[in-house]
Design a protein around this ligand. Structure first.
Ligand code: SF4
Length: 222
């Protein structure tokens, strides 16, 4: 089944630019990576995983010795949800026929679902979450299905990078990933999220924190 640019199976077609954004990569790949849905960059150019999260995914795959060119990469929902919101159950279900078709065509041996939406859609089980599915192995057609976090989650929770490295190393049978340290861009952390972030940092070992002020009067309210 080719990409259906006239699909009317759900309302996401009304708000996206690129209807039914198909997967990309090696059509005979042994490995397929399935994400959630196109983001702004993807919707703009009609290719999956080309933005910041896509680059991070490529680097994570390299860490376990997998070249992006050897992988087929796609999304479980083919049109961009407005403001990148999580696709609803109805949308995942409406689009499921396309992801099944891509799996049938590519016939991968290993499918890596990145994020909760992907594993829910692929296995048609809406009770699954990343936390539950990370420790389980599923099967669909001839492929083993494994799950890890979505690379975009690393920008909110940096510790997920390490967990993703460990998951991918396990799924590709490596004892240890060739760790390239994550060269993260500087990110703002909201004050309300500070305690949570400090707990995550504490698990990573040595951490240097540079705190910036926005004035010389610490008790003055903005
Ligand atoms: Fe069709 Fe999927 Fe796009 Fe909905 S998201 S309109 S089901 S291609």
């Amino acid at each position: 089944m080719p990409r259906n640019k006239n699909c009317t199976a759900c309302d996401l077609r009304k708000t996206c630019q690129y209807i039914c954004l198909w997967g990309d990569g090696n059509h005979k790949a042994k490995v397929m990576v399935i994400g959630e849905a196109p983001g702004k960059d993807e919707d703009g150019c009609g290719k999956p995983f080309v933005g910041k999260a896509g680059r991070l995914l490529s680097s994570l795959l390299e860490d376990v010795g997998i070249k992006r060119d050897d992988v087929y990469i796609t999304n479980s929902v083919k049109c961009r949800p407005p403001q990148n919101r999580t696709p609803t159950r109805k949308e995942l279900l409406a689009c499921r026929k396309y992801i099944l078709e891509e799996i049938r065509t590519v016939r991968p041996r290993l499918i890596i679902c990145v994020g909760g939406s992907a594993i829910k859609a692929v296995m048609n089980d809406y009770r699954l979450s990343v936390a539950k599915a990370r420790t389980s192995k599923f099967k669909i057609f001839d492929a083993v299905v494994r799950t890890t976090f979505h690379p975009a989650s690393v920008f909110r929770v940096p510790y997920n990078y390490k967990l993703m490295q460990e998951d991918l190393a396990r799924y590709f049978g490596k004892s240890k990933p060739e760790v390239h340290e994550l060269h993260r861009q500087v990110e703002m952390i909201k004050f309300s999220d500070l305690e949570n972030q400090l707990k995550l940092f504490a698990k990573r070992g040595d951490v240097v924190i540079d705190i910036e002020t926005n004035g010389l009067e610490p008790f003055k309210k903005d």
